[in-house]
Design a protein around this ligand. Sequence first.
Ligand code: ADP
Length: 258
Amino acid sequence: APQARPQGSSGAGVPGVKHIVAVASGKGGVGKSTTAANLALSLQRQGLRVGLMDADVYGPSVPTLFALHSKPEVEGRMMKPLEAHGLKIMSIGFLVDAGTAMIWRGPMVMSALTQMLNEVSWGELDILIVDMPPGTGDAQLTMAQRVKLSGAVIVSTPQDLALADARRGVAMFRKVDVPILGIVENMSYYDCPNCGHHAHLFGHGGAKAEAQAMGAPFLGEIPLALDIRSTSDAGAPIVASAPDSSYAQAYGRIAESL
Ligand code: ADP
């Protein structure tokens, strides 16, 4: 008879960290980092102790999202995470110079990630959100295997191409027994601030239908909005800068359903 497995992948955990949750996407540019940052902030607002680890070695966005540009202090073998809005934050972008073209191979990605998990003094955390490198290649698979992930959130736009990649993401995590916490549809629609027109720029309902087809929870929709982009570029994502906005509430609902 099959043995009962504990929830989550079989890899190593991080002492003091209760849950590690990956935020992933099959494709770059769909809003994975924006979603990871705003979900981390939402969870923190719900009273949890939250860390955010930017593992997107190909294009770390967390330094920009939180306007953090100093190097972490080192104590012995351990790096101290930086802090912003009550989050403990570590990014590969703190460690390498901005603009460095990172053509990393799988094993290099893996060792950088291992270091960010094990040689950072995260302290006691209820949840560590990991902004994963985009894609479903070897690096992601290895990461999903070696780190004890409690679950994964997949971010997709409503477009067919992004959804096809999201499907590969779900398959990859399932292969290594990481529970799929659900799918977030980003850039779902656009409400014109001038005329109120509600437009589905990239199609509609795709992620929900895809989630249903894959038997994964659909976590909710985030619109394409100037305020989401501008607050992120300014270094204080929407949940931190406009916590009462409808956008922050949308992230809050998703965070509650995790
Ligand atoms: P990824 O991590 O998937 O590469 P990012 O989170 O870096 O994507 O987002 C890519 C770009 O799109 C960024 O400029 C970001 O500010 C913007 N963006 C992401 N989500 C939204 C949204 N819902 N509305 C407006 N802009 C968004």
